[in-house]
Write a protein of this length. Structure first.
Length: 267
């Protein structure tokens, strides 16, 4: 089996990690490199050091690292960041001028200046042709308007969650996984929307973190509605306290008692 040298590159904050061919390069963690992407020439950061992996027959050929970023490259990238701020400010003023119902989230200026990407959210379809003409006239380069969802907006903008910490999606979460109300139910979390929704208005990503653990722990617990025999008599399970490994039982006399699952097993 042929081997290939692969490196993991990230382009933005807690963005997705992309694999590139690192053949011929001795790269260190957090080193800046230039690569060619579908969007154009982009500077990225090494977040997964180069390693040799087996090349499978159906593998899609990986794009190569073009070069390690020089001091001039890094300086140019910093200048591009300044241009992004200018472009964001100008675009916002144009949105107001054309009275467009859209929210500008972020701007990305490609390394070689071949394109400027404007990320926005909108509830409905937006006719931004006049806006694009203004932007192209101002910046003299290709303009791309890219609509994103509310979760991606939170990822780009950042913020503080109800837990008091910075948003997971903005700091370390590289991919969004499906989250359902069932996950909240299985963890006995209040279904109050304000309690289970993140700043993006969607279900909190952290509901996924411990979900599998809850399912594993629940396997050994009596189901809700099951009639059981405790040391204090017979009753019916009405709730589960997964973290305490106990169940709340309604006894035949109507009294509720919390009973450790281990004591049921012993009985």
């Amino acid at each position: 089996m042929n081997m290939k040298r692969v490196v993991g590159i990230r382009f933005r904050g807690a963005g997705k990690i992309y694999r590139f061919n690192a053949e011929g390069f001795d790269l260190n963690l957090m080193e800046r490199v230039l690569v060619e992407t579908e969007r154009g020439l982009v500077m990225g950061t090494v977040v997964v050091p180069p390693r040799n992996v087996e090349e499978l027959p159906n593998d899609i050929p990986l794009k190569p690292i073009l070069r390690i970023a020089s001091e001039d490259d890094i300086k140019k990238e910093e200048e591009n960041k300044g241009k992004e701020c200018e472009a964001k400010s100008y675009c916002k003023s144009c949105i107001e001028k054309h009275m467009l119902d859209m929210y500008l989230v972020d701007v990305e200026h490609l390394f070689d200046g071949s394109k400027v990407i404007f990320y926005f959210t909108a509830d409905e379809r937006v006719d931004f042709r006049a806006l694009v003409r203004d932007l192209a006239s101002k910046f003299r380069t290709r303009i791309e308007m890219r609509q994103i969802g509310v979760r991606n907006k939170a990822k780009l903008v950042g913020g503080i969650g109800s837990c008091g910490r910075e948003l997971c999606c903005n700091t370390f979460l590289t991919n969004f996984e499906p989250v359902s109300v069932k996950m909240a139910k299985d963890q006995n979390v209040s279904l109050n929307p304000s309690k289970i929704s993140g700043v993006c208005g969607r279900l909190m990503c952290c509901l996924k973190y411990e979900y599998d653990t809850y399912l594993d722990l629940k396997e050994d617990m009596p189901k809700i509605g099951k009639r059981i025999v405790t040391k204090e008599g017979k009753g019916k399970v009405i709730r589960q306290n997964v973290l305490a490994n106990s169940v709340i039982v309604e006894m035949e006399d109507g009294e509720e008692k919390e009973v450790p699952v281990d004591s049921l097993k012993k009985g």
